[in-house]
Design a binder for this molecule. Structure first.
Ligand code: E4P
Length: 215
């Protein structure tokens, strides 16, 4: 499973990129809105120049023709832009049209397996099931990852599954075990992934013992 970061914050992207594990970035309108005073297109230019992998940028329109127009504009920003499109009938039309023009797409706000299958058949490069938001309403987001992975394997579908709406490190481990190709993770959770109290304790003990040797 590959790691994407789920943020529009450049400092977080730089820090995560420096770890050498980052394969891409996802943004959404809420994440962009947190970045006060920055133009969306300028920020996408900065991110795409920094990270060579896929950078998802979401369309705002809800109508197919307008989504297609927006998607084409976004795709002009850089070759590694992936156009993020919400899972609606209009969204599917836009995915098909953009796919036919060779533009990569990420279908977002997926909450059941049929939505994922439809998105894949419309040509989506990526499908994004939101596991945390399903957990929030008392459903099991990780079960959805397993279902989609199984369906895609049975039917030889090559759209990649991005486990999205990740809330904690166990989501990451369990999404990987269930066959997600990618997890898109907030920066604070990426930092949590690096940590274990026994790692800190071990470092402390090694340094203490080393100091006791003297020089
Ligand atoms: C990913 O593409 C989504 O933008 C993101 O994971 C949504 O996460 P949230 O449910 O924490 O807003």
């Amino acid at each position: 499973m590959k790691f994407f970061i789920d943020t529009a914050n450049l400092d977080e992207i730089k820090e995560a990129h420096a770890l050498g594990v980052l394969s891409g970035v996802t943004t959404n309108p809420s994440l962009v809105a947190k970045e006060k005073g920055v133009s969306f297109h300028d920020r996408l230019r900065e991110i795409t120049a920094l990270v060579p992998g896929s950078v998802s940028a979401e369309v705002i329109s809800l109508e197919a023709e307008e989504m297609i127009r927006e998607g084409k504009e976004l795709a002009k920003i850089a070759p590694n832009i992936t156009v993020k499109i919400p899972m609606t009938p209009d969204g599917l039309k836009a995915v098909r049209a953009l796919t036919d023009e060779g533009i990569k797409t990420n279908v977002t706000l997926i909450f059941n397996a049929n939505q994922a299958l439809l998105a894949a058949r419309a040509g989506a490069t990526y499908v994004s099931p939101f596991i945390g938001r399903l957990d929030d309403i008392g459903q099991n987001g990780l079960d959805l990852i397993a279902e989609i992975a199984e369906i895609f394997a049975i039917h030889d579908i090559d759209s990649e599954i991005i486990a999205a709406s990740i809330r904690h490190p166990q989501h990451v481990t369990q999404a990987a075990l269930r066959g997600a190709h990618i997890a898109t993770i907030p920066y604070k959770v990426i930092l949590q992934l690096c940590k274990h109290p026994l790692t800190d304790k071990g470092i402390e003990a090694f340094l203490k013992d080393w100091e006791s040797i003297g020089s």
